[in-house]
Ligand binder design. Structure first.
Ligand code: SF4
Length: 99
């Protein structure tokens, strides 16, 4: 007999997560820049929550709502100072249902 939980796709499981927005206090910020580095641009492709986007000037922006705290952007861009990365304040951020 098929197990309805294990047969779910990853996307379906991620949909079960909930996110509590800390309004006005994003836990990740992108340093203002004119031209983004290759790593910063890469975040628009590799962030699993699609938090990063390029604006019409080619600059990379973040909307941290929905961040899963996977740390990928932290590894790629924190050391260079291109982003400021912190965990959300207690009680805010992602609430994993199947994590
Ligand atoms: S920590 Fe992961 S999910 Fe959150 S913004 Fe960075 S890459 Fe995206």
């Amino acid at each position: 007999m098929a197990n309805p939980v294990t047969n779910l796709r990853v996307e379906d499981k991620l949909y079960q997560n909930r996110y509590l927005v800390d309004s006005g206090r994003p836990h990740i910020k992108v340093r203002p820049h004119e031209q983004p580095s290759a790593n910063l641009v890469a975040l628009t492709l590799v962030c699993p929550a699609k938090c990063y986007e390029s604006n019409d000037k080619g600059q990379v922006e973040i909307t941290a709502d929905g961040c899963m705290e996977c740390g990928t952007c932290r590894v790629l861009c924190e050391a260079s100072g291109e982003i400021e990365w912190n965990y959300p304040r207690g009680g805010f951020g992602v609430l994993f249902k199947f994590g």
